[in-house]
Design a protein around this ligand. Structure first.
Ligand SMILES: [Ca+2]
Ligand SMILES: [Ca+2]
Length: 250
């Protein structure tokens, strides 16, 4: 059993594998664009949908981490939402059950797909989170419907349709420096996040579009009070390839 205790170590393992891919006689390798959700549970089984290219055929899922279970449920063509680019979000998908036994302590899980002897580059699923993780609850499209979250907190959500916006609220008992971060494109999501922070009077305090790739990040010192976070797509696109992870921390 080999545990993958750091991202660099995981990438190192994956790099060794890539050296076996270069053969002109072999068919085109499958490629992975993104997984929804990005993260699987630390203990137990999580169902994820993995989008990419050349996934709608007989493929096998693999990982270098021993004792992790990967079970293929089905593979199919993936829908391409209006106006979106299959080159970015993939044209086929698989459903996969990922089971991580409790004795394995990892923060990321590199997976690959292999078809007809050729293997994809690795994609790193996130495992758990450094803060408590909750799922987004729709409808949360207005200040009135804002989903109350704690601090610190991780929310796994999705801009599920064009022009969809997701609102969250949180309260501070004392003044604090707060970081609010969206993880999306870094995990392959089609979302180009736009993050806006409002005070209790619904006035904008801060906004950010691109901090890392197209992912947004805010770092602000806030007085005690109630605040609202709005997550949306900068181009107002949305759909099944627009998952995100919102990280609200100190
Ligand atoms: Ca949503
Ligand atoms: Ca952005």
């Amino acid at each position: 059993m080999r545990n993958c205790r750091s991202l660099l170590f995981c990438l190192g393992l994956a790099f060794v594998d890539l050296s076996t891919l270069h053969s002109e006689d072999k068919p085109e390798a499958p490629r992975i664009a993104l997984a929804t959700p990005f993260a699987v549970s630390r203990n137990g089984t999580t169902k994820v949908t993995v989008r990419g290219w050349k996934l709608n055929r007989d493929i096998e899922a693999r990982t270098k981490i021993g004792n992790v279970g990967l079970r293929m449920i089905k593979h199919d063509n993936a829908n391409i939402p209006n106006g979106q680019d299959a080159k970015l979000i993939g044209d086929s998908q698989v459903e996969l059950e990922v089971t991580i036994p409790p004795e394995i302590a990892i923060d990321t899980l590199p997976i690959t797909f292999i078809a007809a002897g050729v293997e994809s580059s690795p994609y790193s699923l996130l495992v758990g989170g450094r803060f408590p993780v909750v799922g987004e609850v729709e409808p949360n499209d207005s200040f009135r419907q804002a989903q109350a979250i704690a601090l610190p907190q991780i929310v796994d959500g999705q801009i599920h349709a064009d022009r969809n916006v997701d609102l969250f609220s949180f309260e501070l008992a004392v003044e604090r420096k707060v970081t609010i971060e969206v993880i999306a494109r870094r995990q392959g999501s089609g979302l180009d996040s736009l993050l806006t922070l409002f005070d209790s009077r619904k006035e904008i305090i801060a906004t950010n579009d691109d901090a890392e790739l197209t992912d947004s990040r805010l770092e602000v010192v806030l007085a005690a009070g109630k605040y609202f976070i709005v997550v949306q797509d900068a181009q107002d696109h949305g759909g099944s390839a627009h998952p995100y992870r919102l990280v609200l921390g100190y």
